[in-house]
Design a protein around this ligand. Structure first.
Ligand code: ZN
Length: 231
């Protein structure tokens, strides 16, 4: 794939040629128009979630979707490095650095189909840059959940219940630790929440969620009976 997507020659968003010294892999125009959004979009209803913080790079929309589609559809080795670097830089802006990184897992049936899990590639790339430990396989997706695209937050939560587990082999790693959970995109927060619950039940003291794109936080609180308004 490195032959098809040579590193830092083409912009990871629009495909234009770029100056190879640009570490983000974005051309000047895309870097300018990218909706950088470093704030936690869930900050006003954090009490509904098991995670303690959300650290996004951009607001999830057409630009983030284009980059994530590239990451999922063939550009993985090239783009994971660039997006992983953006995640590493985002994490460096945080005042509380984690003890280790973990990725939101894919179910093995999905992994068989795609061949890789993009969250794992991003976590591995970011951990390498930050020289932080990354434990592959710390979380396991115990059952496939199917598409949740049209499901609201409440439905997603029940679909995700009991679908993640922490591998007991890594119990010592988690005890009292601050875990940084990596995913490509966080929309309703339901998946990250389910993973954070499992990590905390297994002994983690704090869970921060690091992602490339996060929704703009237009979702109404679940306690207001609201539904996600992000699609
Ligand atoms: Zn571009």
């Amino acid at each position: 794939m490195d032959a098809v997507f040579p590193e830092n020659i083409y912009c990871i968003c629009c495909g234009d040629s770029i100056d190879p010294s640009v570490k983000s892999g974005l051309c000047a125009r895309c870097a300018e128009i990218m909706p950088w959004a470093l704030d936690n979009p869930f900050h006003s209803y954090m009490d509904e979630f098991a995670f303690d913080d959300v650290l996004p790079c951009v607001r999830y929309g057409s630009y983030a979707r284009r980059i994530m589609n590239g990451l999922k559809n063939g550009g993985q080795s090239y783009m994971a490095k660039n997006v992983g670097r953006m995640l590493a830089e985002r994490l460096q802006l945080s005042w509380d650095m984690p003890d280790l990184l973990a990725a939101v897992p894919s179910h093995k049936s999905k992994l068989r189909k795609r061949g890789y899990n993009q969250a794992e590639l991003l976590a591995e790339a970011a951990a390498g840059i930050l020289k932080l430990p990354y434990q592959k396989g710390l979380l396991i997706k115990t059952r496939a959940t199917g598409s949740m695209r049209m499901a609201d937050g409440r439905t997603r939560r029940s679909m995700l219940e009991d679908s993640f587990a922490a591998d007991p082999r890594y119990a010592d790693l988690l005890h009292g630790r601050h875990v940084c959970l990596v995913d490509d995109v966080v929309t309703t927060g339901s998946t990250a929440d389910a993973c954070a619950r499992v990590l905390k039940a297994a002994g983690a003291a704090k869970v921060s969620v690091l992602c490339f794109g996060a929704s703009s936080g237009t979702r109404k609180s679940l306690s207001d009976g609201g539904e996600d308004a992000i699609f």
